[in-house]
Design a protein around this ligand. Structure first.
Ligand code: SF4
Ligand code: SF4
Length: 245
């Protein structure tokens, strides 16, 4: 794996997104009316997320082999300190895929009680920051939220596994740590030891995600739990997406 191959993976990701936008942009833009999409859209979105995972693995291999970085990724099954934070900045495509996963995994309750519970806490934190004149400080709100040690609504507390692993957003896929997991604990008092790294998408990939987002004719919150509830209730009326052959 060299830089050229990493770039090729990013280009492949962009190509999948452009195919989605150029071929299925019309269908995506009327999802809130028809509540259905061609099955090919699901195949392309799944391909996109699988490729993204591949690009993250490739980057880590590149760090080891080419950059000579000997630190090992410490993430492992059942390690979940990073799931006590609310992801921020998801694209609409991520909301769509996450919502599809929710309807597959929990078609009855749709995680709604847990989502609404988290949203109430988060809304109060954001409101309080607004009251002190610090309205734009979303980072502060997210840190304050994480210190309350409230698990992500999709985290199974008993097994510490993500119940929506295959459908999780990009921010969960790209985050790894090169330091012992205890330093990821939001209550860790030595934050400088935290070896958390985000394997950020390239600029062209971020731009492509924005281009796909443009086809959705509405606006959703960038706080993951709030945005997904807006998508679930306002856009989909709590009904599953109908995938048409
Ligand atoms: S980022 Fe930290 S808490 Fe999350 S899986 Fe990796 S080591 Fe564990
Ligand atoms: S979506 Fe899954 S991986 Fe992401 S924070 Fe929630 S439980 Fe963790």
């Amino acid at each position: 794996m060299d830089e050229w191959e990493l770039e090729r993976l990013q280009e492949k990701l962009v190509n999948v997104l452009m195919k989605l936008r150029n071929t299925y942009g019309g269908a995506l833009s009327t999802l809130h009316i028809k509540r259905s999409l061609p099955i090919e859209v699901k195949r392309l979105i799944t391909k996109f997320f699988n490729l993204f995972d591949e690009s993250c693995r490739a980057y880590i291999a590149y760090r080891h082999r080419v950059l000579g970085d000997l630190d090992k990724v410490r993430c492992k099954i059942g390690c979940s300190f990073c799931c006590y934070q609310i992801p921020y900045g998801a694209s609409y495509l991520e909301y769509l895929y996450l919502y599809h996963g929710i309807t597959e995994v929990a078609p009855g309750r749709l995680f709604l009680p847990a989502l609404l519970d988290r949203n109430e806490v988060l809304s109060l934190i954001v409101y309080d920051l607004g009251e002190t004149g610090n309205r734009s400080s979303y980072t502060e709100a997210l840190i304050s939220y994480s210190k309350r040690m409230i698990p992500c609504p999709f985290l199974d507390k008993r097994s510490a596994l993500c119940l929506l692993y295959f459908f999780r957003p990009l921010s969960c896929r790209m985050h790894v740590s090169f330091a012992p997991p205890r330093f990821c604990d939001p209550l860790n008092h030595e934050p400088w030891r935290c070896g958390g790294v985000n394997i950020e998408p390239s600029d062209m990939l971020k731009e492509a995600l924005n281009r796909v987002d443009e086809v959705f004719p509405y606006s959703l919150s960038r706080f993951l739990t709030i945005g997904v509830v807006e998508f679930m209730v306002n856009i989909m009326g709590c009904r599953p997406i109908r995938w048409e052959m």
